[in-house]
Design a protein around this ligand. Structure first.
Ligand SMILES: [Ca+2]
Ligand SMILES: [Ca+2]
Ligand SMILES: [Ca+2]
Ligand SMILES: [Ca+2]
Length: 299
């Protein structure tokens, strides 16, 4: 994820008796936060010749930990370090064996302070219906949606369910889209229930799921010779086969780790020179997991 800030370092040269203040600027605004191992977050700046690294030692599975946790930087088990290298450090991280180059020519370490990592989860079934329009209800204090609508009662709420009415025709195949890619909620039988929420799309009394007469769990490919539409969309086609399984479902969870150091945090080098950061923000790391499951069949 791109970050929308830049870092300004004000260097207070403690060794200078005359009170000189050196001002330096580093810019990680075009940098992505990366993660390797358990748990090293890092990003590269200035043509990959400088880095910010946050290492946290924890029994928590930090990237997946829903909620907000403060970690104490102690410069041993938990570290936050700014480094400058004598060459490109793109391949410096995530190795079992430390590469011989580039060399670190300058290192600034946080001795104490807190870093907050807040993780949020975002669900998507990629079915063409916006999250808000899938009636998730209100989010509770645990970040869950206990009152979310589950039209087909298969245990997967609509906002995660790629077949909302449980008729074995995916929602994305039961809607059309306008030129701006907005969903058009088609209603074949005109009963006021859009096809993607209607388990009998042609209102012929035979459930759509049972109009897959070849038993392959796909009603959309049962088309009689001479017809343009599948049986489940035509009242005159009455053949049925009772289904006992749902199709496999896929949904996606995007985890976002927002990493926020204490705003007063400061870095020091071996000479005791101190760097203070103005509006310091580590940015965020995100990744997406794919979940595949077949819900238990509901009559
Ligand atoms: Ca859905
Ligand atoms: Ca469906
Ligand atoms: Ca309908
Ligand atoms: Ca039907």
């Amino acid at each position: 994820m791109k970050k929308i800030y830049s870092l300004i370092i004000l260097a207070f040269l403690a060794a200078c008796d005359d009170g000189d203040i050196a001002v330096a600027e580093i810019d990680f605004s075009d940098s992505d936060v990366e993660l390797c191992g358990e748990y090293l977050y890092y990003m590269l700046g200035d043509n990959n010749t400088e880095s910010l690294t946050l290492y946290i030692s924890s029994n928590n599975n930090i990237p997946y930990l829903d909620g907000s946790v403060d970690y104490t930087i102690n410069n041993s088990t938990n570290t936050l370090i700014y480094r400058v290298y004598d060459g490109d450090a793109t391949d410096y991280f995530c190795n079992d064996i430390q590469p011989a180059s580039p060399n670190v020519i300058s290192e600034w370490t946080v001795l104490d302070g807190d870093v907050n990592i807040t993780t949020t989860l975002e669900y998507d079934d990629e079915d063409g219906i916006d999250f808000e329009d899938e009636e998730p209800g209100s989010m509770d204090s645990n970040g869950e949606y206990p009152d979310a609508l589950d039209t087909d009662g298969d245990g997967i709420p609509n906002y995660m369910d790629e077949d909302d009415d449980g008729d074995n025709v995916p929602t994305i195949d039961e809607i059309d889209f306008d030129d701006d890619d907005n969903p058009i909620l088609t209603d074949t039988d005109g009963d006021g229930i859009p096809d993607y929420l209607d388990n009998d799309d042609d209102n012929d009394g035979i459930l759509t799921i049972n109009e897959s007469i070849d038993g392959d769990l796909n009603p959309a490919n049962d088309v009689q010779a001479g017809n343009d539409l599948a049986n489940y969309l035509l009242v005159e086609e009455q053949e049925s086969l009772e289904a006992t399984e749902f199709i496999e479902h896929t949904y996606y969870i995007t985890f976002t780790n927002d990493i926020t150091p204490d705003p007063n945090i400061s870095f020091v080098n071996d000479n005791g020179t101190e760097l203070r950061l103005d509006n310091f923000d580590f940015g965020s790391y995100d990744f997406t997991e794919t979940i595949e499951l077949t819900p238990d069949f509901v009559e």
